[in-house]
Design a binder for this molecule. Structure first.
Ligand code: PLP
Length: 461
């Protein structure tokens, strides 16, 4: 593209595009960032500057990396054959991708297509509500969610939002969504459970869910929605003992288990799904971002056959099926791209690479923790890692948000894009986030942590 063409693009962007999650005042004097091209792990901006992308498109999405011609070809071939038909009918890629997806999810059976992570979660919420009406006279309708988790941006999904800064000023929210405590051991001191650690802490955090169920009344609680590893709320891997108890509690009180795999889904943690690391048997699994690595919009709400059966048991009742449609859930580009995305992950053994490179990333970050007192804790799974920054390791006082953002900017100045928790919890937007594409090499991982090393030294000395 010629220089004057790209300045026109930037001018048009500045004049008319409302960027996501962005305060626009600085663009009155400075330029917004426009990403022009991507290849592998790298992207280029309007000035031709090259960046190593350690966050897979900013929000842990581009799992197989940029510039995959085979996905573009699969999408093109499908679009010229059939671009769209409403999801009340089937399509070839939707059928084939559902079969492939279910082959990676033992115990699961049905795929409901839609077009964003928020929407996939809304589908599960609606199913839970409809089940409550069908089986429990509407009573077992409450949906539990966890402090620090995020399930999307719509008012329904925000009603299940455990991040106060994402929710602030957007209420009132939908009734019947109830919060349970977080399970981040590093920040256990504000939970009043004493000095438990490891498995004992994990079980205590799960027991807190049972307490909420008992307080609300088990006959009113229909489901619990949890991220397998909390993403934007601080990269939180639940401690040992947690998931076993959660599963037990769900069975005991007949509470459906909804796992939000929007971030962890399709390889991010080194297994196809995050929940598979913990031996969980969910009733609903929702997914979006990595399903087609951002080559097309696709999201899925996947259920067991048992859940599905509840929606067809009385065919004579005109209301007895899932009366929901997602117009763009019928776009064929999504499943066509998703099929090829999955083929790439298998053929290139990207799950194996994620485990290996994840170990390297963890080791590098732990080495940085030895060197920089500001790193209070390193946590994550596979190529999904966080480093929480604190001013004092003893008190765990979070670093001011501005300084955490300065670390991100200093990495950017070195040509490496990293992330930081952003407008999630008041005073706790202090965790650096890393989620490089699953194709990352040792050299990429080292370059990312070298940039963080320099950025931490510049920011904190
Ligand atoms: C765990 C989780 N669930 C749901 C969503 C919402 O997905 P979407 O932005 O596609 O609606 C996100 C987005 O970041 C997420 O991190």
């Amino acid at each position: 593209m010629l220089d004057n063409d790209i300045s026109r693009v930037v001018a048009a962007d500045r004049a008319h595009v409302w960027h996501h999650l962005t305060q626009h005042k600085p663009f009155e004097t400075g330029e917004p960032r426009v990403i022009v091209e991507g290849k592998g792990m790298r992207v280029w901006d309007q000035a031709g500057r090259e960046f190593l992308d350690a966050v897979s498109g900013g929000v842990w999405t581009v799992n197989v990396g940029y510039g995959r011609e085979s996905i573009a070809d699969a999408v093109r071939d499908q679009l010229v054959k059939l671009n769209y038909f409403a999801g009340s009918a089937g399509s070839i890629p939707a059928a084939l991708f559902s079969e492939k997806l279910i082959s990676k999810m033992p115990g699961m059976s049905r795929v409901y297509y839609c077009n964003s992570g928020s929407e996939a979660n809304e589908k599960a919420f609606k199913m839970v509500r409809q089940i409550a009406h069908k089986r429990y006279g509407g009573k077992k309708h409450k949906i539990l969610f966890r402090e620090r988790d995020y399930h999307g941006t719509t008012i329904g999904a925000l009603s299940a939002g455990g991040q106060p800064e994402r929710n602030a000023q957007y209420g009132p929210f939908a009734p019947g969504f109830i919060e349970v405590p977080h399970c981040l051991e590093y920040r256990k001191h504000d939970q009043g459970w004493g000095d438990l650690s490891g498995e004992a802490y994990g079980q205590r955090a799960a027991d807190a869910i049972e307490e909420v169920i008992l307080r609300e009344g088990p006959d009113t609680v229909g489901a619990i929605c949890l991220e397998p590893v909390t993403a934007g709320g601080g990269v939180i891997v639940p401690p040992k003992g947690y998931w076993e108890r959660v599963q037990e509690i769900c069975r005991k009180y007949d509470v459906l288990l909804h796992i939000d795999e929007v971030v962890c889904g399709v390889g991010r943690t080194g297994t196809w799904f995050g929940y598979q690391q913990f031996g969980i048997e969910p009733d609903f699994v929702t997914m979006a971002k990595g399903v087609a690595s951002g080559y097309a919009a696709i999201a899925c709400c996947v259920t067991t056959e048992k859940v599905f059966d509840l929606f067809k048991d009385d065919a004579a009742d005109p209301l007895n099926y899932f009366r929901d449609i997602s117009t763009f859930g019928g776009c064929t580009a999504g499943p066509a791209a998703a099929l090829e995305n999955m083929r790439i992950i298998e053929n290139e053994d990207l799950l194996g690479n994620t485990q290996k490179m994840g170990d390297r990333l963890t080791a590098n970050l732990l080495a940085l923790q030895e060197k920089h007192a500001v790193i209070g804790e390193v946590r994550g799974l596979g190529l999904f890692q966080g480093a929480e920054l604190v001013t004092d390791r003893a008190t765990k006082e979070p670093v001011p948000e501005k300084l955490a953002q300065q670390v991100v900017a200093e990495c950017g100045a070195q040509g490496v894009i990293i992330g930081v928790t952003n407008r999630s919890l008041p005073g706790l937007n202090n965790t650096l986030c890393l989620s490089p594409a699953l194709i990352a090499t040792e050299a990429d991982i080292d370059r990312i942590t070298d940039a963080i090393d320099v950025a931490l030294t510049k920011t904190f000395g």
